[in-house]
Design a protein around this ligand. Structure first.
Ligand SMILES: NC(=O)C1=CN([C@@H]2O[C@H](COP(=O)(O)OP(=O)(O)OC[C@H]3O[C@@H](n4cnc5c(N)ncnc54)[C@H](O)[C@@H]3O)[C@@H](O)[C@H]2O)C=CC1
Ligand SMILES: O=C(CO)COP(=O)(O)O
Length: 328
């Protein structure tokens, strides 16, 4: 399959960074923007300041207001906007084309993963999931980054990984789409939790304990939903969990810090909070855990913190008082 040109839908931080990675890999890239002003900035000045500050973008990136025919697509809008964004694209444009899903979140209401949304909106597209430890600023600046690209067809997945790979961007091909997708969505919940531990000054020991128990809980969720626990040993699992749960650069971690300091969700959102996907994904994950009968005390704890019915001191005391159990 020809993979010379890539169309990236969503010109926020991540879409712009992935456009840059694809351009650095030698691809011709179209980046779908929402305003004429953003298109002019990218096409004339090769920056997207709102998304990536002063970072200079490749001249192989062309911004345009709507998608056009391409060999493959990357969807990089927030998880709750994916359905709308896909609804704005003629399904014929995506038919039989690889569509790489890069949002890390589960959909409110439907409880769906990104590839389930794609299957609804463009059933003839070929789904891939791109995830892993990768801050947009690092990828765009050409700092070394490795990610997982999961797809059902091994040869096509490897070909796509090759089409995106450059000197500083290294995608590993994988086949567990469900595991990779869930790992990316769930790690944001645990990043909120670890940020809250930091904000409440509960200590580095508490944060590491949380990280380890989060990994165990994530594995229970992934297996219950049909993914493989082994996937979590990789970049999309352990890699992204450790990055997002220990970096104040993570927006979910930042949001969690504010929660841990006692701020309410509405107050944080009313401020200049950046996108924190875990806020919408947490209640969805809680509903999925309930439906699947998965023991998920940390997801419930974060949901309680977000809904404001209990403060972090009460929530942590509840977790510490759970019946002792064997570590498994
Ligand atoms: N920023 C990062 O470092 C990373 C982000 N991601 C994921 O990428 C997704 C997007 O995040 P960011 O780009 O960082 O968010 P962002 O807030 O920087 O940008 C989101 C962009 O999507 C656009 N958008 C929203 N609805 C749209 C629609 N219907 N059609 C076209 N464009 C639309 C917005 O205008 C905005 O430019 C999230 O799920 C996030 O978890 C994944 C890895 C790294
Ligand atoms: O997914 C990310 C890094 O891999 C980005 O995390 P945040 O959305 O929390 O900033």
């Amino acid at each position: 399959m020809k993979l010379d040109n890539v169309c990236v839908i969503g010109a926020g931080a991540w879409g712009t960074a992935l456009a840059q990675a694809a351009a650095m890999a030698g691809r011709d890239v179209t980046l779908v923007v929402r305003t004429d002003q953003q298109a002019r900035e990218i096409n004339d000045h090769h920056t997207n300041r709102r998304a990536l500050g002063a970072q200079t973008l490749s001249t192989k990136i062309t911004a345009q207001p709507s998608p056009s025919a391409a060999d493959c697509f990357i969807l990089a809008v927030p998880a709750q906007s994916s359905r709308t964004a896909l609804g704005e694209i003629a399904p014929a444009l995506l038919a039989d084309k690889p569509v790489m899903l890069s949002a890390k979140g589960l959909e409110t209401g439907t409880l769906q993963r990104q590839s389930e949304i794609l299957a609804d909106m463009a059933p003839d597209a070929i789904p891939f999931v791109l995830s892993g430890p990768s801050f947009a600023a690092d990828v765009a600046a050409g700092r070394p980054t490795a990610v997982t690209l999961a797809g059902d067809d091994a040869d096509l997945t490897s070909a796509l990984a090759g089409a995106l790979a450059g000197p500083s961007f290294r995608p590993y091909a994988a086949d567990d789409r469900i595991g990779v997708e869930l790992a990316g969505a769930l790690k944001n919940i645990y990043a909120l939790a670890c940020g809250a531990v930091e904000g409440a000054e509960l200590g580095a020991s508490a944060r590491s304990a949380l990280l380890a128990r989060a990994y165990a809980e994530m594995a229970r969720m992934v297996v219950a939903m049909g993914g493989s626990a082994t996937t979590l040993t990789g970049l999309a699992g352990l890699g992204d969990l450790t990055l997002s749960c220990s970096s104040p650069q993570s927006r979910n971690y930042q949001f969690g810090m504010a929660l841990g300091r006692g701020q309410k969700v509405q107050a944080i959102l009313a401020g200049d909070a950046k996108l924190a996907e875990g806020v919408a994904t947490t209640p969805v994950a809680r509903a999925l855990a309930r439906d699947l009968g998965v023991d998920a005390p940390l997801i419930i704890a974060v949901d309680q913190l977000l809904d404001g019915h209990a403060d972090i001191t009460t929530i942590v005391a509840g977790l510490m008082a759970r019946p002792l159990k064997r570590e498994e």
